[in-house]
Every structure is written in C-alpha cells, then in structure tokens.
Write a protein that binds this ligand. Structure first.
Ligand SMILES: [Ca+2]
Length: 492
C-alpha cells in the first residue's frame, strides 16, 4: 500500500523527478520552483545516506530467507526496494567515486580501488558537495569516499574512523604483523575472520552508529537540513564481528555455492585468482580452491557481518524516528558492489558477473512509495540525480545518471532498457534478459560472454559463441556501443 503523500512530498518525489525527463515547463510554478532548487531551506527533506562496504543483496528483503537482517528489511518495508540495481564498477574506490560524482567509469577514469574522485573528475561537484552548496549541513562518518580526504571540501564535518581491518583482538593484529613481516608485504593481513565476545561499541562500525546517533540528536534541533552519510566498513574483509552475530547462524546449515566452477566457455579475462582474500592469513593455498570447511567459515563470517551491520543500521533508524526526523528524511541504503561467495569458483568482487555487479539499493522517505519493490533496471550513477530530485534541488549539469524519482513514486512504471558497468577493459551491459560483456579483441577473435538470465540466472554457460545466439550477440554489442544515452525510458 502506498503512503498518502502530501502536496509538497508529491512534488518533491515525483513531479520534480519527472521534470528531469519531461521538462519543468509542463509542471507548474511550484514544481518548477522545487526543481530549480529555489524552495526554502527549512522545507527541504534531510538525507540519511547509508553506505555498507561490500554488501551484496544478501538480505532477507532480497529473498534470502536464511539471512537475519530485520532492520534493513524493515527499511525496505517502508520504502522502495530496487531488486535490479547495479554498480558501475565492482571495486570500492572506483564504485564510490562514480556514485558520488554522478559520472560513469571509462577505461581511464574510475578504474581501481585506489581511485580518487577528486583526481579523476576534478571539475565535478560531488553529491555531498552539491548539497552543501545548497545550504545543507553535510556530515561524513566512517567510509564514504574510499580515501578519507577525497573531496573533503564537500563536508561540513569529516570523520573517517579507522575502520580497516577492524579487528578487536590483539591476537588478530599480532598475526597480521607477523604475516606481513614474514612476507615483506604490507598488503598481508591477519585472519580472514574474527569472532570475539565483545560489544558493538568496541568495533569501528559500532562507533559509526553511535556518532551518527549523536549527530541526529543535535541535527533535530538545527535550523538547516542535513545530509548525514553513515559509512559502515563491514562486511568487507576481514569478517570481524561480535560473537552474538556469529551465533545467529548454524554453520552446519550454511549452504555453499552450487556453482563453484568457472562458467562453461568463459574467457580467462572474466576470472581472477581472488588475490584480495589470498592476502589474509587463512591457511589457504596461493592458488586453487578453498576447502568446504574454509568456504563455510567465510560465508558464516560474511553473514555475521551483515547481521552486525543490520543491527547498527537498526539503531540509527530508531534514533531517526525518536528524534521525529523519519517523516522528513530521505533514507538511501547502498552497498558499493556485489561479492562472490564461491560462485564461479570466485571470492571477493573484481569481475563482470552478476555476483559482483548486482548490488542492494533501498530508498525510503518523502516522495517515495511505501513497501514497494521494483524490477526496473537502475544504476548507482542514478543516485546523485535521484537525491537532487527528491530533495527538490536542481541537478548539476555534469551528471550521467537518470533520476529514479519518478520510479520511487511509481515503481511499476516502464524504465531503462539497459544498464552499463565495466571492470578494467571489460565492458558489460545488462538488459531485462541478458548480460553481455566484451573485452578488446585479441588475435582477431572477439573476447566476450553472453548469459541468458531467463534460462541461466546463475551465469554458468557462456553462449556468446553459440551460433543460435548470434543475433542476440549482435544486438547486445550494438547496445553496448550505443551506450547509456540510448537506453533511457521514454517519457509518458
Ligand atoms: Ca567495497
């Protein structure tokens, strides 16, 4: 059931959004005023942006019944769950830089985890920077940009807690130090998992939640709107979470991936040796698969971290409500990319499969339908224009995404034909039915893969070389070449 929206909420949530598609002149003076960013500051909704590092849609609200994520599920229950949202780049720094600048990756821009938004896109005003210019108090807690000082002028307050690796046990840290010393490699870490009988407040992510709750108490009395960004570090490796969240799951009942093998016919460019995980002191070989025991422990750790962060988010949202802010605060939750939990024989992100690209996205608040979900294809580059529209701010000219505000109000409307992602030189496009990924040709032969999500949703058989699918390959290749500007929905 949709929440009744008042006139202001409706205008902010829908008409201003449609304005970006159809032209503000059709929509009347109040909508134009809001769309043009001329409303009074005090009338604007606040924004609570919740970023969760390495969170794939492994949540109850995405149909994973074994997951214990009641607070994120409840957030979806009072907003819109985007069931088919995709990151632009499946690696932390690049994904965040793209999302937070509203620009898409290229083969030169937003490539690796070390990406700096400010260096790769020096002329683009970032999402928090744009809100700050419009009179918002902007606060960053925890991990928002990958680098703590990236676009630092975007924030009224910048508080980057030391969140990595996030161990709480001295023993874990000592193992890490010894491992680095032994290998002479600063990237070596301690154990890949840590289960400690310690309170959330001992962890960086517990502190992120606590400090954001303190912010909300103060902001509730402030005379200007806020943009509060809460950046949680887990479930990024290492999977360090309080024991009580490990205890939520029975390890013996945790299922392993049912496709722990490379897809049939996948090119070598599609796969990797999950070097990120192999850098942890886990006793795993430098090459080759994990044992089932190790795989099950890692999945258990990932689940524990998801439930741990879910609890922190629950506290934050409860404080939002306690302070009387829930009705006038837009809440958006995103991961920053997907994660492989053994599917395709892979761990971590860094690839062009659904497991790495499919990402969680939930919107709730004024102008957003209540308790709805949508199958529309959307992208993380769409977040920036969406938040502008829902807050009644004009969009800056450089944005390359499309506002989802019309979709947030009416989740079943027709939407994009395709969404686009890339990882290094592999460019990928997803339509309703297919995912096609292409790398630069080698030796005159195309290097590509095509998956039919209708018959093969787990992406186990690359059908790009199958002559019966030649027409689809051609169509997908043309779609990839035509790019995102041709894949937008038609106005209605
Ligand atoms: Ca990440």
């Amino acid at each position: 059931m949709e929440r009744p929206v008042n006139r202001r909420g409706f205008l902010k949530g829908t008409v201003a959004g449609v304005a970006s598609l159809a032209g503000a002149s059709l929509l009347g003076p109040l909508a134009e005023t809001l769309a043009a960013g001329q409303a009074d500051d005090k009338d604007r909704p606040n924004v609570l942006m919740i970023a969760v590092d390495d969170l794939r849609p492994q949540l109850g609200c995405y149909g994973h019944e074994q997951m214990i994520s009641p607070h994120i599920d409840a957030l979806a229950g009072r907003g819109v769950l985007f069931k088919r949202a995709y990151c632009q780049v499946p690696v932390c720094g690049a994904s965040r830089a793209s999302l937070l600048t509203g620009l898409r990756p290229t083969n030169r821009r937003f490539v690796t985890y070390k990406t700096w938004a400010r260096k790769d896109a020096p002329d683009a005003v970032s999402l928090p920077g744009w809100f700050r210019r419009q009179g918002y108090e902007t606060i960053s807690r925890g991990k928002i940009f990958h680098h703590k000082t990236d676009c630092k002028d975007a924030w009224s307050t910048l508080d980057r807690l030391r969140g990595f690796p996030g161990y709480v046990m001295a023993e874990s840290r000592q193992i890490g130090r010894a491992y680095r010393k032994k290998h002479g490699n600063s990237h070596k870490q301690g154990p890949a998992t840590e289960c400690a009988d310690r309170p959330a407040s001992d962890y960086p992510d517990g502190k992120v939640a606590e400090r954001c709750m303190t912010d909300l108490k103060r902001l509730a009395k402030a005379d200007k709107p806020f943009f509060l960004a809460a950046g949680f570090h887990k479930p990024h490796l290492p999977f360090a979470a309080p024991k009580k969240y490990w205890d939520l799951y029975d390890r013996s009942k945790i299922d392993l991936a049912d496709n722990p093998f490379a897809p049939k016919g996948a090119p070598r460019q599609a796969l990797h040796n999950w070097g990120e995980l192999r850098g942890y002191y886990t006793g795993i070989p430098a090459n080759g698969p994990l044992s089932d025991v190790q795989a099950r422990e890692l999945i258990h750790g990932y689940y524990a971290c998801v439930s741990f962060i879910d609890a922190q988010i629950g506290q934050l949202l409860a404080e939002l409500k306690r302070q009387g802010l829930a009705n006038n605060t837009l809440v958006v939750l995103w991961g920053d990319h997907g994660w492989n939990l053994g599917e395709h024989g892979l761990w971590c992100k860094h690839c062009n499969f659904e497991t790495s690209l499919h990402s969680p996205l939930i919107f709730a608040g004024p102008g957003v339908a209540e308790g709805k979900s949508t199958d529309a294809l959307v992208e993380y580059v769409d977040l920036y224009p969406t938040l502008c529209d829902l807050a009644g701010l004009r969009q800056p000219d450089h944005l390359e995404g499309l506002s989802m505000a019309p979709l947030a109000h009416k989740p079943d409307r027709p939407w994009k034909q395709a969404v686009f992602s890339r990882y290094h030189k592999g460019e990928s496009v997803k339509t309703d039915r297919y995912r096609y990924t292409r790398w630069p040709r080698q030796d005159g032969e195309p290097v590509h893969m095509l998956y039919d999500h209708k018959t093969d949703p787990a992406e186990n058989i690359n059908i790009a070389a199958d002559p019966t699918h030649a027409a689809t390959v051609t169509r997908m290749r043309e779609l990839l070449a035509a790019g995102y500007k041709t894949a937008v929905p038609k106005c209605d």
